[in-house]
Design a protein around this ligand. Structure first.
Ligand SMILES: C[S@@+](CC[C@H](N)C(=O)[O-])C[C@H]1O[C@@H](n2cnc3c(N)ncnc32)[C@H](O)[C@@H]1O
Length: 227
């Protein structure tokens, strides 16, 4: 098991579609900040992030479907990123990349207005109390997203966890963001805003579906802030 993980760690070092900063906790701007289009993807397509991407099913699946967008899966776990990165390379999907960082450090990697959308897929729910600020939809994280997203960008959340879902709905309302769509049971909705919501399933999603847990989904836009 450990040997297998080490093998994956050494392989992703050589993957051209994985960016792993040498410093785990950078305190200043990093190489691709503001240059993902010009220096990494070498195109002008919009950049969409998947945060806590795990094995990167959305990053790869969206990249396959939308060749005129770039997708970057972000996760701290290299052995998970390995799977998505390997699948993308083998399939020749060059508009998908992976960034191995703590999402708390996202502002050292992207400039204001560099990102055009965010997917958050089955994030760790994190218990109430002091760990709530680690929730990927906490006010602390929304502020980080606000600092890199273009105005009017969509943020998508897919989760099995009712508490996290309702926590996010409460924050959207309390902070004056704009809820676009929400469902407590996505697979039993009659009208779906984006067909890929049902077509792409993540590793964790499949586990919850097998257990019969309803999948919740919402999308929203952050309120615009005064310059
Ligand atoms: C429950 S898993 C879901 C993975 C994948 N999205 C899926 O649906 O199968 C949560 C993932 O988020 C990652 N994660 C949690 N907090 C993170 C953070 N602060 N920065 C980077 N990755 C994080 C974990 O490493 C893990 O891979």
């Amino acid at each position: 098991m450990v040997k297998n993980k080490l093998k994956k760690f050494s392989q992703i070092n050589a993957f051209s579609n994985v960016v792993q900063p040498e410093i785990k906790f950078p305190e200043s701007n990093t190489a691709y900040k503001g240059k993902w289009n010009s220096d990494f993807f070498r195109n002008d397509y919009p950049i969409i992030l998947e945060i806590g991407c795990g094995k990167g099913e959305y990053t790869v699946g969206l990249a396959r479907t939308y060749p005129e967008h770039n997708f970057i899966g972000i996760d701290i776990k290299g052995d998970r990123i390995w799977k998505g990165a390997k699948d993308a390379l083998e399939e020749g999907i060059y508009n998908a990349a992976f960034l191995r960082i703590q999402a708390e450090r996202i502002n050292y990697f992207f400039e204001p207005n560099e990102v055009s959308g965010i997917w958050i897929t089955f994030p760790d729910p994190q218990p109430r109390g002091s760990r709530m600020k680690k929730r990927l939809t906490s006010p602390q994280f929304l502020k980080r997203y606000q600092d890199i997203l273009k105005p009017d960008s969509l943020i998508h959340l897919k989760t099995d966890n009712k508490e996290l879902f309702e926590f996010t709905l409460d924050i959207i309302q309390a902070e004056g963001h704009m809820l676009i769509f929400s469902s407590y049971d996505l697979y039993n909705e009659r009208k779906i805003p984006e067909p890929l919501l049902l077509d792409i399933q993540t590793y964790y999603e499949n586990m919850y579906l097998d257990k019969g847990i309803p999948i919740k989904y919402l999308s929203f836009k952050l309120k615009t802030t005064e310059a």
